[in-house]
Design a protein around this ligand. Sequence first.
Ligand SMILES: Nc1nc2c(ncn2[C@@H]2O[C@H](COP(=O)(O)OP(=O)(O)OP(=O)(O)O)[C@@H](O)[C@H]2O)c(=O)[nH]1
Ligand SMILES: [Mg+2]
Length: 347
Amino acid sequence: MVTLRETPPGRPGPKRVMRRIGLWGAPGSGKTSFLASLNVAVAQSRQDWALVGVNDDSVAFLTEATAALTDQRRFPKATESMAELSWVMMSESEVRIGGRWRKEIVRVPLQFHVDLIDAPGDTFKSGTKTDDDAVTLKDLGFDEDESDEESQSDTERLIDSLAACDGIVYLYDPIREKEKGDAYKYFQGTLAQIAQRALQNRRFDGNRLPHHLAVCITKFDEPRVYQTADRRGYLTVDVDDDHMFPRVHDDSAEDLFEDLCKVSPTGSAALVRKSIKRYFHDSKVRYFATSSIGFYLGKSIRFRTADYQNVVPDGHGGHTIRGAVHPINVLEPVLWLGQQLDGPATH
Ligand SMILES: Nc1nc2c(ncn2[C@@H]2O[C@H](COP(=O)(O)OP(=O)(O)OP(=O)(O)O)[C@@H](O)[C@H]2O)c(=O)[nH]1
Ligand SMILES: [Mg+2]
């Protein structure tokens, strides 16, 4: 017999899973917006999760960034300096206990830590030299500025942190890639340094990095991304979703990524894809089509193909959010990374 009840005294205690999750993506790929919408995604989730800040800065980020997105309906400013955030995701997990004759399922608190750094996208350019950078003032000996040293140590700190993570959320922005075709520039330098750290620390798992990687195709709500997914037949609807928002099924998200790679003017995205295959275990990589703000609903209860754009120009060269925010695949990659079982777990 299986019964379900609350944890009685003396039964399994809280399950605490320490997961360090890193965040990686080119400038403007949507990193800060992703983090700002995580709290909204948690609040809207049908599962019983709570997101709690561990220190004052992390609490302030949750409060301010979320309010900016939902109340003021504006995107975060471009990140200027690194912010270290430390949150705990809390829920409950069901644990089966008991002997041969009598089995019970008890609920025990489940917690995992999300420690990450929100860095300006430029920090990920480390180790790469482009034609634009080929001859800089520094190379010519004119640059006495300390900020370069500072950013060097920021870069080191960011790479150290990513290398030590259990899982990484990598944000791939198809819009930027179509316009600039520079995803690889922000991928390969960082990857090379993560690999170097893994080698030094004997963390290589066979010939692959030990990390789980959630590849998020960002700005899924943007018409060019949404329409590509639609045309290729990747759209699906979650039957339990009252708003009937379109989603890309998890099994198709990798195909969507591949299709989007083909429209890159420089072929840079295909190199990113190749490197992911070469450096990470297939079984540890999952693709998601993500939108931090989701689709516009207006007064409607259901998604309408005729009027779904939730981002509009603000008249000053920027963008503003038109209606309520409904994040898509923001919580899911974080939970997927948090729930992978091969890291250290304490009871
Ligand atoms: N349509 C759409 N646009 C988005 C979304 N998320 C971000 N954006 C756009 O992308 C811009 C950059 O987003 P950020 O979250 O600041 O990106 P970032 O990666 O933190 O950028 P840096 O801090 O400069 O590295 C925003 O100002 C929005 O215009 C999204 O989910 N949908
Ligand atoms: Mg940012």
